[in-house]
Write a protein that binds this ligand. Structure first.
Ligand SMILES: NC(=O)c1ccc[n+]([C@@H]2O[C@H](COP(=O)([O-])OP(=O)(O)OC[C@H]3O[C@@H](n4cnc5c(N)ncnc54)[C@H](O)[C@@H]3O)[C@@H](O)[C@H]2O)c1
Length: 342
């Protein structure tokens, strides 16, 4: 192993944005796993100043090229708008740096495949920041559903949204974000794929556009008012994903699992388990355990130092993107599309 201990791994971030202070969050999580915050690349000089306040003396660069030329940083987290992930990841991998790309891994399957090829070629670690893999709600769902409490899982329904004009930020641009399904949709899919372990065979996508478009700064490039995907798995399980800005009714839950013997309703903070005792319906509500997203960088550090298996492999991160990519294409062509290594 190249690294004897986690503190041998010098880490940096690309993008130190202000929306959720994710650059600071990543560097703190990497530090918690024992790695050493070393460099920041950010095109906004004001945000570079904030990085210096948060991590005094940290190397600061106005471009990724300059960082790769001058810094000996070993691993980079890419925390930029979605349409930049693939290009920046490939640039870093070509320079021999390990990469943890924020979710979504990329926008298209072709981008994912190009990133995976580059990582293999340069023998670099490539992962995605699927910190929500360790959210309390999904860990609890995996435990309860995995125990057989609802029988065989037949249907998974993922949904999120409300009624309201898309916010004035890059997430509301289709060409930058990938579309309405790519932000929270990728989290909900990654949760669901932990339970529907089977291969994806087919995806049908639907989109409604144009209701909000004229009112936003992005006009025709505004994300869909609502995106919808229907996914068929080899096992026979089906999944739907709906993310909407025209959902007047709203959604009470995040993911609903219907099994042969019961149902599991997953929310952010708690869950319902609905089962049957003869003709009686038995409903229990429980609290989700605390989330453990810090395990992501702990696993990455253990992988680099001790050779432990990587949990969020690029092949794993490709799965939800392939669904979203097919849903996008299907919505355009108006017919279902077959999955390739789903
Ligand atoms: N995992 C999570 O829970 C979670 C939470 C929030 C955001 N995210 C993800 O993090 C990513 C960033 O989102 P955000 O909300 O932090 O956005 P943001 O707009 O706050 O920050 C993005 C930053 O990237 C910078 N940037 C853009 N192009 C760059 C380049 N070529 N080189 C250097 N810097 C560049 C911008 O100047 C900006 O400061 C997205 O992929 C988003 O989905 C994930």
């Amino acid at each position: 192993m190249k690294y004897k201990k986690a503190s041998d791994v010098k880490v940096g971030v690309i993008g130190y944005g202000g929306a959720f202070n994710m650059g600071r969050h990543h560097l703190n999580e990497m530090k918690k796993a024992g790695m050493v915050p070393t460099a920041v690349a950010e095109i906004d000089p004001e945000r570079l100043k904030v990085a210096d306040q948060d991590f005094p003396g940290i190397e600061r660069y106005a471009t990724v090229s300059e960082m790769l030329r001058k810094s000996s940083v070993d691993m980079l987290a890419i925390i930029t708008p979605h349409n930049t992930h693939a290009k920046l990841a490939i640039q870093c991998l070509k320079a021999g740096r390990h990469v943890v790309c924020e979710k979504p891994f990329a926008i298209t399957t072709a981008e994912c495949d190009a990133m995976i090829t580059e990582a293999r070629k340069h023998k670099c670690v490539l992962s995605t920041y699927h910190n929500r893999h360790w959210d309390g709600n999904v860990m609890q769902a995996v435990k309860v559903i995995g125990s057989g409490a609802i029988g065989r899982v037949v249907r998974i329904e993922c949904h999120m949204g409300s009624w309201g004009q898309p916010r004035d930020w890059w997430r509301s641009s289709k060409s930058i974000s990938g579309g309405v399904l790519y932000d929270w949709g990728v989290h909900l899919l990654e949760y669901s794929l932990q339970i529907a372990k089977s291969e994806v065979t087919e995806v049908n996508g639907f989109a409604h556009t144009g209701f909000w478009a004229s009112k936003t700064r992005w006009k025709k490039d505004t994300t869909e008012d609502e995106g919808f995907a229907v996914v068929r798995f080899k096992s026979g399980t089906m999944l739907t994903l709906c993310i909407s800005s025209i959902a007047s009714k709203g959604y009470e839950s995040w993911v609903d699992f219907t099994g042969t013997k019961g149902a599991y309703i997953m929310r952010g903070g708690d869950y319902d388990l609905i089962t049957h005792n003869g003709t009686d319906i038995v409903k229990t509500t429980g609290a989700n355990p605390p989330s453990e997203g810090w395990k992501l960088y702990q696993n990455v550090a253990d992988h680099l130092v001790k050779g432990k298996p990587l949990v969020i492999t690029p092949e794993w991160a490709r799965r939800p993107i392939h669904i979203l990519d097919l849903a996008n294409q299907s919505a355009k062509t108006g017919r279902a599309l077959c999955a390739k290594y789903g």
